[in-house]
Design a protein around this ligand. Structure first.
Ligand SMILES: *[C@@H]1O[C@H](CO)[C@@H](O)[C@H](O)[C@H]1NC(C)=O
Ligand SMILES: *[C@@H]1O[C@H](CO)[C@@H](O)[C@H](O)[C@H]1NC(C)=O
Length: 499
């Protein structure tokens, strides 16, 4: 499953923070265009570059995005880039035509052709992302505009290559094309620009708005080497993490190690300083950050810290979905953290897996699954297993509950062949053995008997759909009991509820 950092971000971080202060007055004049089914094509098809949000007025994430979207629209208007929105509860036809599967959905359009938006949902992130979309993958830079170009974004990579370096130019331009959503790339091919930059071609310099403002690249023009360099050097040694930059860390593809600290802690600055050598040592392997423990206590708990004592520390392998919390840092936090990191890279730490106690009995129609029993129940080769991962607060999960109970009843006689299970994924971690992470609620997975591979259930969540799906995919012969009336209902626009 593709990792969705924006989903993680909103779940992990926005959850704990308050955005109320950012909500703008509803009747302020807006730079966001309002599109309808009728006007959509005539406006979108002719714009060289625009961003469109598909939303529903009741959706919380859409409301949180709104003030950021407004700010970005105003800033980007000056750059000739338009932002628009479509209310999918009214303009159903265009939303269905655009295959909108959740709210909000953001798409970048170039003359009517759509691509996925890959930035954050914060004003700065939207602006930075769209400005990069407006630039060519590689801009040509000269001595006269080098200074201005260097400050275009928080990380700008400029290659100094002459016409003689044709092969390097090709490598650089392919590389820039592949990372154009994340970085601004420039190519300076005149000797004067290289002189102004204090380098001799072939060379590459990274201009940054943090730590050392200039970092010279000393490797070869090779895509893998350039990529490793950029991944390591585009991230500050140890920065504060929050909603604006979480996505950058999630996309870096490295484990993220958080130092949770209270804002009032007198020793905070000193400890962060003391962590810098560790950040250097593990640069390119693990990213280190610090985070406000009070504001983001829910995030701490989500990472299996107790959330009661600060400072504390946790390593999160975002890709692998594992976490390694350390509640008590003792008298010398930097030393304790150093030992923990060492054990982690040496593969000596076991991931922490949160679990509810194993239920003493299973009385209901649906098997109550917990993390500690996950492997035993789900990877029982003799059984077909359907699992719903839910959150107690999720509305779609609540709607599904009675249908899911009926489903359990239908197969009550076949429990030795087919398990209908549910797991509260807020109280239990999906173990790494599952091989997937739950990104939205409800997530419904099916594991056929004799297999270790999961399939997605993506039907309409009516009783009939479940029965049809199981009839089609279950390896064991099971018969659905004729039970009560089908109460299944679903809204085709709401494929999932985001975390
Ligand atoms: C910088 O100047 C050169 C020539 O003066 C021009 O070709 C180039 O487009 C400019 N680059 C930017 C990013 O403005
Ligand atoms: C099934 O549906 C019928 C007609 O809609 C209704 O009269 C009946 O009471 C329902 N039975 C149950 C058990 O819900």
């Amino acid at each position: 499953m593709k990792l969705s950092p924006s989903t993680l971000l909103s779940a992990a971080i926005v959850g704990g923070a308050t955005l109320a202060s950012l909500v703008s007055a509803a009747d302020a004049p807006s730079d966001v265009l309002v599109l309808s089914t009728d006007s959509f094509s005539s406006i979108v098809d002719s714009e060289p570059l625009m961003l469109v949000e598909f939303y529903a007025p009741w959706c919380g994430h859409c409301q949180a995005l709104a003030p950021h979207y407004e700010t970005a629209a105003t800033t980007l208007k000056a750059e000739g880039i338009k932002l628009a929105k479509v209310d999918c509860t009214v303009e159903e036809a265009v939303c269905s035509q655009q295959e909108v599967g959740g709210y909000p959905t953001l798409k970048v359009f170039r003359k009517g052709s759509a691509s996925e938006y890959g930035g954050t949902r914060k004003a700065d992130g939207i602006i930075s992302y769209m400005l990069k979309q407006a630039l060519p993958a590689v801009s040509s830079v000269s001595a006269s505009n080098l200074t201005e170009f260097k400050s275009k974004d928080r990380v700008v990579a400029v290659a100094y290559l002459t016409a003689a370096d044709a092969k390097d130019q090709q490598v650089f331009s392919d590389f820039a094309e592949s990372r154009r959503d994340s970085f601004v790339f420039g190519l300076a091919s005149d000797a004067e620009a290289a002189k102004a930059a204090g380098v001799v071609a072939p060379a590459l310099v990274l201009y940054r708005q943090f730590d050392d403002p200039e970092v010279k690249y000393t490797g070869k023009f090779d895509e893998a080497e350039l990529s490793a360099f950029l991944t390591a050097e585009s991230i500050p040694l140890i920065d504060e993490v929050g909603p604006e930059n979480f996505m950058m860390y999630a996309e870096a593809g490295l484990p993220l190690a958080y130092y949770f600290t209270e804002p009032e802690d007198a020793s905070r600055e000193a400890t962060i300083e003391a962590l810098k050598p560790l950040a250097k040592e593990y640069k390119g392997k693990i990213n280190l950050v610090w985070i406000d423990a009070v504001k983001f206590v829910n995030h701490a708990k989500g990472l299996n810290l107790r959330g009661e004592e600060w400072p504390s520390f946790v390593i999160q392998d975002i890709q692998g979905g594992t976490k390694f919390p350390l509640d008590n840092l003792g008298k010398d936090p930097a030393k304790t953290v150093g030992d923990w990191l060492k054990q982690y890279v040496d593969g000596k730490l076991k991931p922490s897996i949160k679990s509810e106690p194993v239920p003493k009995t299973q009385d209901g129609p649906v098997h109550v699954l917990v993390a500690d029993e996950f492997d035993k129940v789900v990877f029982d080769d003799s059984k077909d297993v359907l699992v719903e991962f839910y959150a107690p607060w999720c509305g779609h999960c609540k709607n599904l509950a009675p249908i899911y109970d009926q489903l359990g009843e239908k197969y009550a006689e076949s429990k030795d062949k087919l398990v209908i299970a549910k797991m509260d994924a807020t109280a239990n971690d999906v173990p790494p053995s599952a091989g997937f992470q739950v990104q939205s609620f409800p997530t419904i997975k099916f594991k056929p008997a004799g297999s270790k591979e999961f399939m997605d259930f993506s039907g309409d969540r009516s009783l009939d759909s479940f029965v049809d799906f199981l009839g089609l995919n279950a390896k064991n012969k099971v018969v659905a009991k004729d039970t009560t009336n089908d109460t299944g209902s679903s809204d085709p626009h709401l494929v999932h509820e985001e975390l």
